[in-house]
Design a protein around this ligand. Structure first.
Ligand code: PGA
Length: 219
């Protein structure tokens, strides 16, 4: 595990973005694990700029996203599929059929199982991008979650619902459940870059590095 401290969020976006570019240049058929939220936005912008200026191609790349709200269709502005199309996929030359986001509509538990099957059949994630919650969660794996879980349906904790309420008209509109890759699925990635921005994440990062491995700090 390597810790890279960056002075600004922009530096962090460039540092993470350069590692992604290195990976894609090394293997044009890379399978990326991707995340939503405010944390990776700068990195996506950096990669889009590189795509436009330097022509880095994603034509052979596949992607698997960490999670999706249950009950939001892909057309909903707060769905993670919508976020990914808008903030990354629409601006690069990736084939949409090679971009996977868990399906939050219909039979959620069955969709979770199907997602793991597709992920496994693909050969697994080469490079996973992660954010971290202020409580140490990764994806929607909240404190207390099993460390051996694969993709599953999760109930969001009040802290996460409150943190995500800023994106919805009211806190009542925030979905209460989601489909999330589990800790075991995430740890299967060959490499992981976890990006943490700002003072609000400092305690979670400290706990991740210094505390004993436990379900208290999923990261
Ligand atoms: P953020 O969320 O990127 O919006 O801070 C990260 C997370 O909760 O995993």
């Amino acid at each position: 595990m390597e810790l890279i401290i960056c002075k600004t969020a922009q530096d962090a976006a460039m540092t993470a973005g350069d590692l992604v570019l290195e990976q894609i240049k090394h293997n044009t058929k890379t399978i990326l694990g991707l995340a939503t939220g405010s944390t990776p936005e700068g990195m996506y912008q950096y990669l889009i700029k590189d795509h436009m200026e330097n022509g880095t191609s994603y034509a052979g790349v596949s992607t698997f996203n960490l999670d999706e709200y249950v009950g939001l269709p892909p057309t909903h502005e707060q769905s993670y599929r919508y976020f990914m199309n808008k903030n990354f996929f629409n601006a690069i030359d990736i084939r949409k059929e090679n971009t996977y986001v868990p399906d939050g509509m219909g039979d959620a538990p069955a969709n979770a199982i199907a997602y793991d099957r597709i992920l496994e059949a693909s050969g697994g994630i080469d490079l996973q991008i992660l954010g971290i919650g202020t409580n140490g969660h990764i994806a929607f794996n909240e404190p207390g979650v099993r460390l051996d879980s694969t993709t599953h349906v999760v109930a969001l904790v009040p802290e996460t619902i409150a943190a995500n309420a800023r994106f919805f008209d009211s806190i009542d509109d925030v979905p209460k459940t989601a489909i999330s890759m589990g800790i075991a699925s995430i740890l299967k990635a060959k490499k992981i870059i976890l990006i943490a921005l700002g003072e609000s994440k400092a305690e979670a990062v400290r706990a991740m590095f210094e505390d004993e491995v436990s379900t208290k700090v999923p990261a």
